[in-house]
Design a protein around this ligand. Structure first.
Ligand SMILES: [Ca+2]
Ligand SMILES: [Ca+2]
Length: 280
């Protein structure tokens, strides 16, 4: 082919046009999207109780709860009214908070909380009734001595429902009737055992020694607080610290979780754009 012919051939090919020389008609593609897999998460799961971020691996395997806060030395005066009944009870306002660190509900039936005393010798003991604890939800067991309770409080024989006064936690009273049945402020422990009696968690302070012959999956020393505050885990897998060092407050029965730990001292911020309604 001589070079002179090339432009002529190009011109003729262009003049013919692609449509006339190539009547290629593709059938319109049929939309055939693969439908998304149906969500399997039931809508009944309560979203407000779930932690916003995946927590670290739980300290105890499913289905065990984890102790997250203990008030063993009640602050003096009304500052010590952890139960919120308007009365500070030296034993009654003591409490133990447990938390469901798992992504599924657990049932608390048969789990046991005691102090360090031997059975039948002034021992604090509470055995949970059948009660479902949702993921991220707390249960709080108050000593209960000299305390007044409104509705929705559980005990060893009665399940508790979510309690709005305690951030939706399940709240129980151990119904103790003597201030002598209580945690020792200077040296004692909280023991959590599963329904079969296996020791799960021992939280001790002041150098208290574990009962002879018993062992626990978790064995932790916590600070002596001198009745200024509870002790609470700093994070789901973290150590216990004095609650006053966490956020300046003496305790927070029913409140625990990654969100609370990440924002230990929320400061209310007035919204300057929140205009008055004009109504009086
Ligand atoms: Ca109280
Ligand atoms: Ca708490």
């Amino acid at each position: 082919m001589s070079p002179a012919l090339v432009p002529a051939l190009l011109v003729s090919a262009l003049a013919a046009g692609p449509s006339s020389s190539q009547p290629e008609k593709k059938p319109a593609p049929t939309p055939n999207r693969t439908p998304a897999a149906p969500a399997r998460t039931p809508e009944s799961a309560a979203p407000e109780a779930a932690p916003p971020a995946k927590p670290a691996p739980p300290l105890l395997p499913f289905p065990h709860p984890v102790i997250t806060e203990v008030l063993y030395a009640v602050p003096t005066g009304l500052r010590g009214d952890a139960s919120g009944d308007g009365n500070r009870a030296v034993a009654g306002d003591e409490f133990v908070e447990i938390w469901n660190p798992h992504d599924r509900p657990i049932n608390l039936k048969g789990y046991v909380i005691t102090d360090g005393n031997e059975a039948q010798k002034g021992q604090f003991k509470f055995v949970f009734p059948s009660c479902e604890l949702r993921p991220g939800q707390c249960a709080v067991v108050f000593n209960g001595d000299e305390s007044k309770w409104e509705s929705n409080i559980g005990d060893a024989t009665r399940a508790a429902g979510p309690n709005e006064k305690f951030a939706g936690a399940l709240v129980f009273t151990a119904k103790n009737t003597s201030s002598r049945t209580a945690f020792n402020n200077t040296a004692d422990m909280v023991l959590l055992s599963d329904p079969a009696g296996k020791g799960l968690e021992a939280i001790s302070w002041g150098g208290a020694k574990l009962p002879a012959g018993r062992s626990f999956t978790i064995n932790e020393d916590v600070p002596v607080t001198n009745a200024q505050a509870s002790v609470q885990r700093k994070a789901p897998g973290g150590p216990f610290i004095a609650h006053a060092d966490l956020d300046g407050k003496p305790f927070s029965p029913g409140v625990f979780g990654p969100a609370a730990a990440a924002n230990p001292a929320p400061t209310p911020t007035p919204d300057p754009k929140a205009a008055p309604t004009g109504k009086k």
